[in-house]
Write a protein that binds this ligand. Sequence first.
Ligand SMILES: Nc1ncnc2c1ncn2[C@@H]1O[C@H](COP(=O)(O)OP(=O)(O)OP(=O)(O)O)[C@@H](O)[C@H]1O
Ligand SMILES: [Mg+2]
Length: 240
Amino acid sequence: MYTLNHVFKTYPSTEALTDISFSVENGEIVGVVGKSGSGKSTLLRLLNLLEVPTSGEVVIENRDSKELSKNETRKQKQNIGMVFQQYNLLNNLTVKENVALPLKMVKQKKDAWVDELLTFVGMAHKSQSYPAQLSGGEKQRVALARALVRQPDVLLCDEATSSLDEQNTDEVVRLLQKTHQEFGITIFFVSHELETVKKLCQRVLVMEAGKLLGEVENQPVDIQMNDSSYLETVQRRLAR
Ligand SMILES: Nc1ncnc2c1ncn2[C@@H]1O[C@H](COP(=O)(O)OP(=O)(O)OP(=O)(O)O)[C@@H](O)[C@H]1O
Ligand SMILES: [Mg+2]
């Protein structure tokens, strides 16, 4: 699906990516980890075609991203969903309107599908609420539904759980696992939280100062939401 060949991305004062090469197959869940400033978000902006490399190739489905026409780039972008740390929901739209927005932008309306997705992320009961009335975990579940509404082949998550507490992180990770199982989608999960990456990703790209240091295979775990009380959870964690 994606192959990067010797990709460099240079900004006026910074070399954000240096000689990055890797391939990702359809349907993989790939983690990208690295300290702040290591180039993770820059890498995602190349994968979602917001930017092109200064040199090297980003090949998507056998096509070099630099060779796509404007129209082809627009089509390919529709095939990519994004989830951000800060949710990026529109405050003046309801939950349901937020999820339907990417469809509206291409003059489509699929009411039943939007409802189905809201049920999928467990937010159907809040479809008429506004973002300000939701918790962080709820906002991120709505943002995930919005990212999936155009049925993308790829989902790019940039620190999607980094503002969430442990339980909400687990809920979003479990939803991403469910998304992967039901839609067979390719997921890039950028995060500095190794514990979360360990739960979700099959393979992890490790970045430092714009370079890809290496890759690590990982055995993700199926998240079981435990039914123990919050008090029990805290007792168990502090006793470790
Ligand atoms: N548009 C830009 N113009 C100039 N420099 C940039 C731009 N975008 C990123 N950079 C620089 O490129 C480097 C990598 O930034 P990037 O945002 O990709 O890091 P990151 O790994 O996502 O960090 P964080 O974990 O803090 O989100 C940084 O030094 C940053 O200052
Ligand atoms: Mg970043």
